[in-house]
Each structure stands twice: as C-alpha cells, then as structure tokens.
Design a protein around this ligand. Sequence first.
Ligand code: GH3
Ligand code: MG
Ligand code: MG
Ligand code: MG
Length: 303
Amino acid sequence: MPEINQQPTILIVDDMITNILILSDLLKDEYDIKIAKSGLKAIEIANSQNIDLILLDIEMPKMNGYEVCKNLKNSEKTKNIPIIFVTARNSETDEEEGLNLGAIDYITKPFNKTIVKLRVKNHIKLKEKTDLLEQLSMYDGLTNIKNRRFFDEIFEKSYYESRRKKTNLALMMIDIDFFKPYNDNYGHGKGDEALKKVSLAINNTLLSHREDDLVARYGGEEFVVLIKDISLDELNKIANNILDSIKKLKIKHDYSSANEYLTVSIGIANFDGNKDIPKIELLIKSDETLYKVKASGRNNFLI
Ligand code: GH3
Ligand code: MG
Ligand code: MG
Ligand code: MG
C-alpha cells in the first residue's frame, strides 16, 4: 500500500498574485504549496499532480471558479479533491452555488487568517482519512497487493474496454502448489510469509513488463493477473517469468510431491475482444485451464 504523503499539497488558484501570496504565506510552513493563476492552469495541475486540497477564487477571466469546480468534479481523476472557494463574493446565492457544485467549504474575503488556517487543517485531516479508507478498501491486508474487490471492479471495466476497442484481454489464475501440506508441516505463520513472498514476486515480475497490469489476491492462495492488449508471445514470456520468479524464491517445501521448493500453477484465458463471450467465461476458462495444469503435474502454465 502506498504511503500517505507526509506534507499535504495545497493548490491555490487566483488570478491576482497578491491574493495568492497572502494564502501561501499563511499555509506554506505546514503544506506544500502549488499555485495557478488561471482556471485552465488549475485543471492542468490537478490532473497531473497529487493535490490534497484546492483553494479556489471565483472571479477570474476566461474560466471562472465555478466552471473550474464543475470541470474537476466531473472527472474521475480529480473529483475527490476537496475544493474550498475563497472569494469576495459574499451573497448567500453565491455560497449556495459554490456548495451545490460540490465545494466542501466557502470562505469570504476579507477573512480571518486563523480561521482559514483551521478550516484548511480540518479539511486536510478529513481528506487523509478518506484516502486511508480508500486505500484499505483496495488492498489485501496480508500481502499488500490489490484485493478481490478491486480486481472485480477493474476486471469489469477492462472487459468492456476490450469489447469496445476489440483488443484482447488476458486473465491469469495463479495457484500455489501443495499449499495445504506446506501449512500443515511448516505452520500457518510460515504459510503467511510464503504468501507475502509469492505475491511480491508476481507483482515485481509484472512491474518489470508493463506498469498498468493488475495483480491481485483472488482468494486464499490464489492470485489473478489481468493484462490488456498483449501478444501471445509476450503472454508466454510473462507466464514463464512468473514461474521463474517463484522458483528463485527457493522456499523450501519437502512435502510437495515432486519439487524441493514451493511452486505455482497458472491457468490463462486469452479473451478476444472481437468475440461475444460473457465476462464470467474468462474466469471459468482460466480456472479450467488451471485445473488442467494441476492434473498434468503442476509448476507450469497453459493458455
Ligand atoms: P493444489 O496444488 O492442488 O493447489 O493443492 P493445495 O494444497 O494448494 O490446495 P488446497 O486448496 O487444498 O489448499 C489451499 C490451502 O491454502 C489451504 C489453506 O490452508 C491455505 N491458505 C489459504 N489462505 C491462507 C492464508 O491466508 N494463510 C495461510 N497460511 N494459508 C492459507
Ligand atoms: Mg479573482
Ligand atoms: Mg487453491
Ligand atoms: Mg493450491
């Protein structure tokens, strides 16, 4: 699970540099400050950097603060960044509009510096808690790789994306061989350690290929890998590399039938986005293929 940034980042958006300076002087000791002098620049920064909170002016030429807020709230990537309007517009209708657009707070100028500081602090604390909850809901507690819930979500999206783009989607089901005897003989603690090592090895193997592939813990000692738009050659190579990376761990296993060390079996479904095959079939196919690998001696893969 990625670590939460030590010093939160605040983006100050205002067309007047004097206003920017007042806010940044107030907050620069406790936060990493980014500035934008236009709405467009603000959107660009929010989309390309990790921003924890935005202080947003309303009256700006070309694109005003309301439009910026609307844009950010409409995009998957930026919709969760809390926005506080900081503005000279002090009518209730303006405040209503700002909050209605999804801003978390509305501060009118001239403002009390201590109150602004405290409000920012409270919103940052909330953001940190929300981020932590989001992380916890995505990651598996034992292995620190993505969990089943996250996989289900991404699998659904990737499946429809490959149908739309008519590209292939590969699903690997990876299962540790003879893991029950491993646990029974070495103990559950050692079993947990092995699970952590195996998941890290699979994750690192995929990272060394392409960064946007997904590795997740599917259940007990089963892992899934989801790879978009890949050639058969490349798929073979990745599967071989995963088997190698597990062998290289040299986790002693005297209670497996054939091998001295812990191994895994991999069943792969390679889905053709041109064909009208239901999503569930990919899981069934990879599971059936995995079963074939198990039946024919394990420590291998099949596509
Ligand atoms: P096969 O080669 O056919 O896959 O045999 P296997 O023994 O691996 O298969 P089986 O499904 O019978 O055993 C899976 C074992 O995985 C059972 C359980 O003890 C172990 N396991 C599942 N989750 C965990 C976990 O979180 N920690 C530990 N230590 N063991 C786990
Ligand atoms: Mg202005
Ligand atoms: Mg299993
Ligand atoms: Mg197993």
